[in-house]
Write a protein that binds this ligand. Sequence first.
Ligand code: ZN
Length: 311
Amino acid sequence: MPAPNPPAAAVREVGLRDGLQSLARTVPTATKREWLRAAHAAGLREIEVGSFVPPKLMPQLADTAELVAFAKTLPGLNVTVLVPNLKGAERAFESGADALLLPLSASHAHSLANLRKAPDDVLREAEAIVARRDELGARCHVEVGISTAFGCTLQGRVEPAEVLRLVRAALDLGADEVGLADTVGYADPAAVASLFGRAFEVAGERLTWAHFHDTRGLGLANVYAAWQAGMRRFDASLAGIGGCPHAPGASGNVATEDVAYLFASMGVVTGLDVPALLALRRQLGQWLDGEPLHGHVWRAGLPKTLRAEAA
Ligand code: ZN
């Protein structure tokens, strides 16, 4: 069982990866640097800056190595990248990223569409990544993210037993941490409470993060359910941008500024400056002019009753 709630939570910004990969446009590297600088200034201490996928597949993220190098100059920032395979992981080690995230779809159909590999083949890739990391002596945390953990637009139902099997297998082969992701916005708070509770029994403190999309409006409710289940680290993207190219209809991570507000309103410390996040969101609206932005808090602003020390 997880320990009783300490009043602190961490938010990892994933807009530069999960958000930008779903947009057709390419944001200039200089703009991304400005975005990173402002996100860091607003208190974010963990940012997924990009993905080491082949640039011809995702030209939007071709500058990932450059962004890792820049992000490493921001004090105290934990720099994360996504990798689809060993080749991507080798680029991550070379870049000096603090952590890499390998997505592992619990849905067989999504796994084939996204990585062209069955889940068990992705596990073998994870094993090779850990071995290569150790061989190189690279100081890079290896995280496995179980995606489509709550269902899949291609396959429909995903069995919780399969999710738990993959969690156990990923940890057995040496992954440092695992997380659960609702890639397509199928989760609900009851399912979140149940699956995170069961995953804690398997993974203990190595189950460290939750990733929710707000596709059907349950994103924040799911964050709260995971918090209640003992999770302390949450992925989010500014203005709720994001989606998955192989999950039709999937759109929008939970919005960073909304998650920050949720925790601030409950008196939970995140270290985030909500007004600064809202200012950055406005800036993002200019950088991504014409793209759909999401979230709630920006419409009405912060309430007067919000605890000053929390905001
Ligand atoms: Zn996502």
